[in-house]
Design a protein around this ligand. Structure first.
Ligand SMILES: *Cc1c(COP(=O)(O)O)cnc(C)c1O
Ligand SMILES: [Zn+2]
Length: 499
């Protein structure tokens, strides 16, 4: 739609200009630092940082209905910078000019209603937001779009060149970082650190394909993360891990889109989210609180965070009595929800702060953490994908979490759940295949249900001639092959012959 066809009262606001009063807030000493450079820890005390807008109250000068109409109309505007996560520019990173925004097709992922057969099996109606349909096939593109737009802004404003962007990853962060960095050409080069053998071959192929420098390190993600932290302390690099608070801002867009998909009515909804490094859950809570405070949504939804029993520090923290909780990292064991296999989540201090704020505004029964086992995760993924969905193991973890929350009575079947399928099924397809072939080693502790397994069938051709590569088949041989194969397949499927 052309700009002049929009309603007159919205026209001046369609393409936002930079605004707000962004700055880094230290979660430990409370210092505030200017946003004109990239910071990952507090220069005064080393604490974890969050980005806040000290002029956020300006968003309340307009009624919630104004923002709802503006964001809905923006979906019809053909302005690439506003087509992705920056649809919500005023709430997200209002300091970044639209001319510096990088848009590679991220965001606005579909929300798909689970077919009723599947809903009946689970015992509640639910939707799945298909985050695997982002450009690098996971939600990490949301945060990377914000972080690389900010980096692009700084590179241009400060004439930087030869910036080296680094991250450690359980697979998807590096895929997204490499993709977005590669769109900036010469100015930014990316280097990624991966725990060897702990990312899937598909995830490894992504940064390689995007031209990043890929380092494989022994150990698990937490070990690679420590090395990246050392690199960012001692050397001039741009850090793209979720310590980078711009990523958290980008990931808030998930919450804004969920609100938009349900006409900004979230009171009777439950958001189910898998938790690894706790960046995503932090961003979702933060986004919901911003939308609520500006009256864009009618109320705050319930949140159910999910962890595998094999990587559950966040679960263990929240299961202790309120007021007497103690955080301790855990040593992770192999989990099929490998992208969330993190024992010492970097964003934990942010989550602790935001979940307390969330419970203060939404009530004490608004934020839960459940844990699920590996068998339930695999069965959740396989069941979902047999019913029209394409969820990854972490999406399976969400489905298992929905069942667990229903079982524990944390939510009731009358509530509507929205599951975060954080990546595409194809990234984690090796876990599916290993399950089907009965070789999902005992290290994962998965009990296989033969009813969920699926294997290709070989077609019994007897003495029939067989096509060979590079050789033409005689017509009678082809006829014999086709007829033998069709007969064998019809038998296998139990097909009735036409009268
Ligand atoms: C990163 C990731 C997670 C975990 O998100 P955090 O922000 O680290 O908690 C879950 N699923 C997928 C597919 C991921 O890539
Ligand atoms: Zn500090």
């Amino acid at each position: 739609m052309l700009a002049h066809d929009f309603p007159d009262d919205l026209k001046p606001f369609l393409a936002p200009t930079p605004g707000g009063d962004m700055g880094y807030d230290c979660l430990v000493c409370g210092a505030r630092h200017a946003p004109d450079r990239l910071l990952y820890t507090c220069p005064s005390c080393g604490g974890l940082l969050m980005l806040t807008d000290h002029n956020i109250d300006r968003l309340r000068d307009k009624p919630g209905s104004f923002w709802r109409r503006l964001f809905d109309h923006r979906l019809m505007l053909n302005l690439p910078a506003l087509r992705g996560v920056f649809t919500f520019h005023e709430f997200l990173a209002p300091n970044i000019p639209l001319s510096d925004v990088i848009y590679l097709g991220e965001g606005h992922t579909p929300v798909v209603k689970a077919p009723s057969v599947l809903a009946n099996m689970v015992g509640a109606n639910f939707y799945v937001k298909m985050e695997g349909q982002n450009p690098s096939a996971s939600f990490k593109d949301r945060g990377m779009a914000a972080a690389l737009s900010m980096l692009n802004h700084l590179v241009r404003k400060q004439n930087l060149d030869q910036v080296i962007a680094v991250c450690a990853s359980t697979g998807d962060t590096s895929a997204a970082a490499a993709l977005y960095a590669s769109s900036l050409g010469q100015a930014v080069k990316s280097a990624v650190l991966l725990p060897k053998g702990k990312v899937t071959p598909q995830q490894l192929s992504q940064p390689l394909g995007a031209g990043a420098t890929v380092f494989e390190l022994p150990g698990v993600f937490d070990d690679s993360m420590k090395v990246v932290e050392r690199l960012s302390e001692k050397y001039r690099v741009a850090l793209l891990n979720s310590k980078n608070p711009w990523r958290v801002l980008g990931q808030e867009s998930y919450a804004y889109e969920v609100a938009q998909s349900f006409d900004y009515s979230l009171l009777d909804k439950v958001l189910i989210v898998p938790v690894g490094n706790a960046g995503n859950i932090t961003a979702i809570l933060s986004g919901l609180l911003k939308f609520h405070r500006a009256s864009v949504i009618d109320g705050l939804p319930k949140i159910v965070a999910v962890q595998s029993k094999r990587a559950n520090p966040v679960f263990l923290y929240y299961r202790q009595p309120l007021g007497d909780r103690y955080y301790a990292p855990v040593a992770v064991k192999p989990s099929v929800a490998q992208a969330a296999m993190i024992g010492d989540p970097v964003s934990f201090p942010r989550l602790a702060e935001l979940s307390a704020l969330y419970e203060r505004e939404a009530g004490l029964s608004s934020f839960y953490v459940v844990e699920v086992d590996e068998t339930a995760i695999m069965e959740g993924m396989l069941q979902a994908n047999r019913h029209g969905l394409t969820v990854c193991t972490q999406g399976g973890e969400c489905l298992a979490g929905l069942k667990a929350a229903l079982g524990e009575g944390l939510i009731t079947p009358s509530e509507t759940a929205i599951l975060d399928s954080t990546a595409h099924a194809l990234k984690f397809v090796d876990f599916q295949n290993a399950y089907f072939e009965g070789r999902l080693g005992s290290e994962y502790g998965v009990a296989t249900n033969p009813e969920l397994a699926n294997r290709p069938r070989q077609v019994e051709l007897g003495q029939a001639p067989i096509p060979e590569p590079g050789k033409a088949m005689a017509p009678e041989d082809r006829e014999a092959f086709v007829s033998a194969a069709a007969k064998a397949i019809a038998e296998s499927l139990g097909l009735a012959e036409k009268a």
